[in-house]
Design a protein around this ligand. Structure first.
Ligand code: PMP
Length: 428
């Protein structure tokens, strides 16, 4: 009896598509999503007791590996003291101090429960602060599912082939302008024409929601300069890249500071914690001090914050990212060699513990280039890997995630699986 199938059939009766987040479905690759019942280190096990080496990492948070003893202990201890109080706690103070200490552009932060809340609130704050309405985003970037951001977005929207969501009023999306990623000229032209009306620019500094497309350094520099010149708030969305690509997030990689930063995923270690923060003069506009309202019953939840603190305390140890980078580098070198030997067009990208795999000879630099790669090869590759016990994200448009718990052996087995998978698709 295939328990995954039985559960999926049951789930499909009571939930749309059988999943609680579209990216978990196998819509673009075909087949049945695995229902996972437990996880440890780099592995999880499905309801048929099949073990997989996991490169989804809960879509980013599980950077220290599943069920790390420090994290589990912190959660258990916090839970034993009560699941939530709706009052301030010491752990929230420690979390805010730690985040401001780890990321130089953060002077103040507010904790929320999801990346969607973080970006939505940061945008409201930028609008309240500047008194302007217009928001600029880039094609293929995903910033959560709030209305004004579901325009030409990445992630599940891209996977399902419908980059702008239905149900978003024109009145809302008309204030969202979308530019091509990495297009410096388009950026300059827009600012020249409309710079004084732009409240904020939001971007993924490394776009992990259209696979893996990094901003060019010149693009980031120009963006920072133009935002400063025109008084537009630069929001760097580090929900995915935050403490995932390096010690100081993508801002450390680029040497560029945001006015506001959004964080999520890793800072909750697998539990619902996210945050937005940045310049204290901007954050002073938040309620209860200022007129921009934002609130949350579960914000700063003590059990979730305990998981986040325990995770960050591992991530900030000396050598953590060097080790993670080495693992990711080794994995990608193995993939590239295997693809080359099979004669499959292939390239890779990575930063820290985040990586992209492309069926093209050169890593893409924009949404258009991502779409021009052989995304048609992905479903067969994905299933060949799954059959070998390797769980990649079920989409050609999502980044992969390495954890500190992946061993050399896990990486070698993954590369051996990739050899078979590339051979299997070489005739396509
Ligand atoms: N921003 C980015 C860059 C993301 O990758 C995501 C989620 N993948 C979000 C925002 C939204 O976060 P959440 O799913 O926690 O709402």
């Amino acid at each position: 009896m295939n328990q995954n199938q039985i559960l999926f059939d049951r789930a499909s009766k009571t939930s749309p598509g059988g999943v609680n987040s579209p990216v978990r479905a196998f819509r673009s690759v075909g087949g049945t999503p695995r229902f996972i019942k437990r996880a440890q280190d780099a592995y999880f096990w499905d309801e048929n007791d099949v073990r997989y080496i996991d490169y989804i990492g809960s879509w980013g948070p599980i950077i220290v590996g599943h069920a790390h003893p420090n994290v589990v202990k912190a959660v258990q201890e916090a839970a034993a003291k009560g699941l939530g109080f709706g009052t301030p706690t010491r752990a929230e103070v420690e979390m805010a101090e730690l985040l401001c200490d780890m990321l130089p552009s953060l002077e103040q932060v507010r904790l929320v429960s999801s990346g969607t809340e973080a970006t939505m609130s940061a945008i409201r704050l930028a609008r309240g602060f500047t008194g302007r309405d217009v928001l600029v985003k880039f094609e293929g970037c995903y910033h959560g599912h709030s209305d004004s951001l579901l325009v030409k977005a990445g992630s599940g929207l891209l996977t399902l082939g419908n980059p702008s969501s239905a149900g978003v009023p024109v009145a809302v999306s008309k204030d969202t302008l979308v530019l091509p990623y990495n297009d410096v000229d388009a950026l300059k032209t827009l600012f020249k024409d409309k710079g004084d009306t732009l409240a904020a620019v939001i971007l993924e500094p490394i776009a992990g929601n259209m696979n893996f497309v990094r901003a060019r350094p010149e693009f980031m520099r120009t963006l920072r300069e133009l935002c400063t010149e025109y008084g537009t708030v630069l929001i760097i969305d580090e929900v995915m890249t935050g403490f995932r690509v390096g010690e100081q997030c993508a801002q450390g990689v680029y040497g560029v500071q945001a006015d506001l930063t959004t964080l999520g995923k890793v800072i909750g270690g697998g539990m619902p914690v996210a945050a937005f923060g940045g310049r204290a003069d901007i954050m002073a506009h938040m309620a209860p001090l200022g007129g921009v309202y934002q609130a949350g019953t579960l914000s700063g939840n003590p059990v979730a914050v305990a998981a986040g603190l325990a995770t960050l305390n591992i991530v900030r140890q000396d050598g953590f990212f060097d080790n993670l980078r080495q693992k990711t580098t080794a994995l990608l070198a193995g993939f590239s060699a295997a693809a080359h030997d099979a004669g499959v067009p292939f390239s890779t990208e990575m930063e820290g513990g985040m990586f992209g795999l492309f069926f093209s000879n050169q890593a893409p630099q924009s949404y258009a280039e991502v779409m021009a790669s052989r995304v048609d090869l992905f479903p067969a590759f994905f299933h060949a890997m799954l059959d070998e016990g390797v769980y990649l994200a079920p989409s050609a448009f999502e980044a992969g995630f390495m954890s500190a718990a992946h061993t050399d052996e896990d990486i070698a087995s993954t590369i051996a699986a990739a050899r078979k998978a590339f051979a299997a698709i070489s005739h396509l």
